[in-house]
Design a binder for this molecule. Structure first.
Ligand code: THG
Length: 268
């Protein structure tokens, strides 16, 4: 399971002021903690500082993060100018978070993707707005896979995101994502799947339990990558335990290593 640490996101209360005040220690501490907890990518989002400042602030965040952790970033921005500026300073193979099947998004980002060795998160959203069902998600997925393939992106570098919505607003949203992951794996076995897991629990108390249950279910359906708070030790222990039960952990090495490092002590 590829883990993208979600904590450096300017929509979070503490992050926006930290970015605006260029609080290096705060940002770097969060990057280090997520890396130590097992994140493979650090999501970096500076979108709430505003459209004029983001092209300056997002590259700054990425530079500060990569000064202290030897990890690539998921560059989380809706703004093509900020994305380009961030790619200029990024070291290693970045993850572009994200492109959609919306015409304008495609036109601005596909040429950038074509020139960059990168992984790409593709949100299954088109010009019709939020997809209503599995079919609409699959329709957008097909457009995205076709366009990204023709921009030279290998299937293994495409991460389809099926847009997790809160189950508190409609109880069908959870199983809709699970069904879409299964469909996708049948049609495009080498294309990867990702989700921003914590969206599922918006509006509910004690959200962590819902996130953890959804993690295990989506992994069972074939989820390959996830955007989460890696500082939840119970979540991380469940990921190790689920991988080993799905036979995705050769010789149970990761599980054994996690146990030896005290990473499975969560609820004890
Ligand atoms: N898909 C992709 N990218 C994404 C998402 C997705 N990026 C953003 C988001 N969804 C994933 N990241 C977060 C980051 C923080 C929270 C949830 C998802 C979060 N925030 C608290 C809240 O809103 O209640 C606020 C916490 C605070 O203020 O400290 O939980 O789906 N590709």
């Amino acid at each position: 399971m590829l883990i993208v640490g979600e904590l450096i996101n300017s929509t979070r209360k503490a992050i926006r002021p930290a970015i605006e005040n260029r609080d290096v220690a705060f940002i770097q501490n969060l990057a280090q903690k997520q890396s130590n907890a097992g994140a493979h990518y650090i999501d970096c989002n500076a979108a709430t500082v505003g459209i004029e400042k983001e092209p300056e602030m997002l590259p700054w965040v990425i530079q500060k993060v990569q000064e202290v952790v030897d990890l690539p970033c998921a560059i989380d921005s809706p703004n093509a100018t900020a994305m380009l500026a961030a790619l200029e300073v990024h070291k290693g193979k970045p993850m572009i978070n994200s492109i959609t099947a919306e015409q304008e998004k495609m036109n601005s980002l596909l040429p950038v993707i074509q020139k960059t060795e990168c992984k790409v998160i593709a949100l299954c959203m088109g010009d019709g707005g939020m997809p209503r069902d599995v079919d609409e998600r699959m329709k957008n997925a097909r457009i995205l896979v076709e366009q990204l393939r023709s921009a030279g992106v290998a299937d293994g570098d495409i991460y389809l995101d099926f847009l997790v919505c809160p189950v508190s607003t409609d109880g069908r949203y959870g199983s809709m994502v699970i069904d879409t992951i299964r469909c996708m794996k049948l049609e495009f076995p080498d294309v990867q799947t990702v989700c921003g897991l914590s969206n599922v629990s918006f509006g509910l108390p004690e959200r962590k339990w819902v996130n953890r249950a959804f993690m295990v279910l989506t992994m069972g359906a074939g989820l390959d990558a996830v955007i989460i708070d890696p500082l939840d030790p119970v979540m991380m222990a469940l990921i190790y335990a689920t991988e080993v039960t799905l036979g995705k952990d050769e010789f149970c090495m990761e599980y054994l290593m996690a146990a030896r490092c005290g990473k499975l002590d969560g609820l004890r």
